[in-house]
Ligand binder design. Structure first.
Ligand code: KIV
Ligand code: ZN
Length: 500
């Protein structure tokens, strides 16, 4: 009988903290339903006290999914816990995740407190959360830099107060794998409630030094029985441990004898969905889900793989849901083929929306021969801009070598039409100058990234932009076969998000 590792997915909480990756409630529900299909045990749905949007998302996700436990984050503060309990009221299985910083620097600089007082506050928060739910998880923030002996006292106190799971975050991504493994081992050996099975330990590792997965595995090998992860490893700074890596390590290394409930064939569609909804590209060499993860280019490798795939491949791409025989859609593909492909990617559309996406699909197929999964996901999300106040009406640009570029552009602002033209040192510069003549605000373009989605000169270009306005940074996205248009769309996307 193998042991079971519970998978706690925090894509919608820790992952969603990435600037520019925020999802609306409808998108979060879509991701949560996909996580349910993937087989995660716990979905951390948000931090309800942090904003009305987060509060509402926890409520709606609780209604939308059935099997996974829905978890809400709080500080060790009664008001936070009250609000989290309220947000979880529709969840079929619910968990409150409360906690406090335990490293000396958190105790001194963040709380201006003492070690003893932090233990009291931690235990009091767990007891308070127990008034609402049976399943209470405690996190010892910055546990990675907390002295093991003191950490064991904290964990002992919260288990006695009723915590069912104790999360040991390496918040800053500082630990070395052997240190993190020893920390988990130390706690397993020194906290009676853990050996008595009253609570389990959870890993929560950040990737600042590229060791998140290694640290998580060290934790699991030393007794942790829950791993906190995100899809594609997204998260603030260098991100969190990635779900696909931990899951596939355990699947490939059967001798470890630890299983998860993850249906690995849903990994790739989930990765594409999260990347597309969050406008967050996956690096091509990312383990398991990167575009090159299974692509062999050297002659020796190709020869070996053709003779027998096991020569160079330790896992079958089909195991993670990569369908290399997938039908590439073209202008002749029907609505049913599009619907089927979208479903495989985890997107289920109502008839009306499918009709609209199909219309856009045919327009794109006129410009581009083969339509791939990324194109389809962009089309399925295109209506996110439908309710925007400012829309691009038309754009005409002339540019070339030895001449200044000139752009004329029309905007529709809340139903009213505006036009302007401008010249610039390139087509994007000219188009943005024309745009700024109409939207006359003190805004500055801070970052501008253009990326082709797959290959070919007829490909769609994706543009990410960051625009600073009124001391805030706004993130925008545009996708178009015309990269100048995609750039203007991304800029307009930023402007539509301005708070005033
Ligand atoms: O990294 C961290 O310490 C966290 C906690 C809030 C769980 O995300
Ligand atoms: Zn974290």
């Amino acid at each position: 009988m193998s042991d079971r590792l519970f998978i706690f997915d925090t894509t919608l909480r820790d992952g969603e903290q990435v600037p520019g990756c925020q999802l609306n409630t409808v998108e979060k529900i879509q991701v949560a339903k996909q996580l349910e299909l993937l087989g995660v045990d716990v979905i951390e749905a948000g931090f309800p006290i942090s904003s009305p949007g987060d509060f509402n998302s926890v409520i709606e996700i609780s209604k939308a999914v059935t099997w996974p436990t829905i978890c809400a984050l709080t500080r060790a503060v009664e008001k936070d816990i009250d609000v989290a309990a309220d947000a979880l009221k529709f969840a079929k299985h619910k968990r409150i995740h409360t906690g406090i910083g335990t490293s000396d620097s958190h105790i001194k600089f963040k709380f201006n407190s003492t070690r003893e007082e932090i233990i009291e506050r931690a235990a009091a928060a767990v007891k308070y959360a127990k008034r609402y739910v049976e399943d209470v998880e405690f996190y010892a923030e910055d546990a990675g830099r907390t002295e093991n002996e003191y950490l064991a006292r904290v964990i002992d106190a919260v288990v006695k107060a009723g915590a069912t799971v104790c999360n040991i975050p390496d918040t800053t991504g500082y630990c070395l794998p052997y240190e993190y493994g020893e920390k988990i081992k130390y706690l397993m050996e020194h906290v009676d409630g853990l050996s008595a099975g009253k609570a389990i330990l959870s890993t929560h590792c950040h990737n600042d030094l590229g060791m998140a997965t290694a640290n998580t595995m060290a934790g699991v090998l030393n007794g942790a029985r829950q791993a906190e992860v995100t899809i594609n490893g997204i998260g603030e700074r260098a991100g969190n441990t990635s779900l696909e890596e931990v899951t596939m390590i355990l699947k490939c290394h059967k001798a470890i004898g630890i299983e998860t409930n993850i249906n690995t064939s849903k990994i790739y569609p989930t990765s594409r969905m999260v990347s597309s909804l969050m406008n967050m590209p996956v690096q091509p060499n990312k383990a398991i889900v990167g575009k090159n993860a299974f692509a062999h280019s050297s002659g020796i490798h190709q020869d070996g793989v053709l003779k027998n795939v096991q020569t160079y491949e330790i896992m079958d791409p089909h195991d993670v849901g990569i369908d290399d025989n997938s039908i590439v859609l073209t202008a002749r593909s029907g609505r049913a083929a599009l619907k089927n492909r979208l479903q495989l990617l985890g997107v289920n559309l109502e008839k009306d929306k499918l009709d609209k996406v199909y219309e856009e699909f045919l327009k794109l197929a006129d410009k581009k021969k083969d339509i791939n999964d990324d194109d389809i996901l962009v089309l399925a999300g295109a209506d996110r801009a439908e309710n925007h106040r400012i829309k691009l009406d038309y754009l005409q640009v002339t540019s070339g070598v030895g001449v200044r570029s000139v752009a004329s552009l029309g905007l529709n602002i809340a139903g009213e039409k505006f036009e302007a033209c401008a010249s610039g040192n390139g087509p994007v510069d000219a188009a943005i100058k024309a745009l700024k003549k109409i939207v006359n605000r003190q805004m500055t373009l801070k970052e501008f990234t253009i990326q082709a989605i797959s290959k070919g000169s007829d490909d769609m270009g994706k543009v990410h932009m960051q625009v600073e306005y009124d001391n805030h940074m706004y993130y925008g996205f545009g996708a178009n076969t015309d990269i100048i248009a995609a750039s203007v769309e991304a800029y307009i996307d930023c402007i539509n998000k301005f708070k005033n």
